[in-house]
Write a protein that binds this ligand. Structure first.
Ligand SMILES: [Fe+2]
Length: 246
């Protein structure tokens, strides 16, 4: 790789981090419910955009104040969106240059900004001034999973209040048991992008390769790449391609 390209990557890496601190652009909130996200056209870049806030900044007063919502939405969430798209572009560039030297950095940026965007999008839409109670099949599944609604609220509140440092309390559907579970996400940048669905995974815990490959993890991964069952990956993609998270 040419030196100037490597310098560009370094500069871009610094730029992305700075954007996290400096992003101040401020889209307006929507009076109406946000429109359904549209499917990108074939030639459209696969990027994310920040959906309009589904209520005015002061709609959740007195529980959450207007200024907090405004700063949170227009600065913090907006920065995640902008930096997520920048990261996707930087990765495009890195692939074009066939240079994976900063791959750990970009994986972390992808997880941090992508998860930040998805989780904030859910957060805005899972609040409303009216509040309410779960109904229908969701209410039934809460009962089935937690025995009673009060048990769920106890667990969700306790888990959320005890997140160490920054993070999230999360109610999630777990598809193996088909039950609802409560999770803490202490650092959403820890290499998972919430809201994505795994299609293909490679286990690199040592138990997966150490007997044969010892410390040569790279050789194990190279050989793993030769034995991927792409028809199963395709089947999983068919299962999830219609799902939307928001
Ligand atoms: Fe936030």
């Amino acid at each position: 790789m040419e030196e100037c390209s490597r310098r560009d990557l370094l500069k871009n890496a610094a730029g992305v981090s700075m954007l996290g601190l400096l992003n101040l652009y401020a889209p307006a909130y929507a009076e109406e419910k946000p429109a359904e996200p549209k499917k990108p056209a074939a030639n459209e870049p696969l990027e994310c955009s920040q959906a309009p806030l589904p209520y005015p900044y002061d709609a959740l007063e007195p529980h959450i104040d207007k200024e907090t919502i405004e700063i949170h939405y227009t600065r913090h969430h907006a920065a995640y969106v902008k930096n997520f798209n920048s990261t996707l572009q930087r990765l495009d560039f890195a692939r074009t240059m066939k240079d994976m030297i900063f791959i750990k950095h970009w994986c972390k940026e992808l997880a941090f900004n992508g998860s930040g965007h998805v989780l904030h999008t859910l957060y805005w839409s899972n609040m409303s001034a009216q509040g309410g109670q779960p109904k229908g099949e969701l209410a039934e599944l809460i009962e089935k999973s937690f025995k009673k609604f009060e048990n769920f609220t106890d667990q969700f509140s306790a888990a959320t209040k005890t997140v160490e440092g920054s993070g999230w309390g999360i109610l999630a559907f777990e598809p193996c048991t088909k039950r609802l579970i409560v999770l803490q996400s202490e650092k959403h940048q820890d290499m998972a992008l919430w809201g994505t669905y795994p299609l293909l995974v490679c286990d690199v815990w040592e138990h997966a390769y150490y007997l044969k490959y010892r410390s040569a993890r790279g050789t194990y991964v190279d050989n793993f790449m030769k034995i991927i069952n792409w028809s199963e990956v395709e089947r999983r993609y068919e299962l999830i391609k219609g799902l939307k998270i928001y």
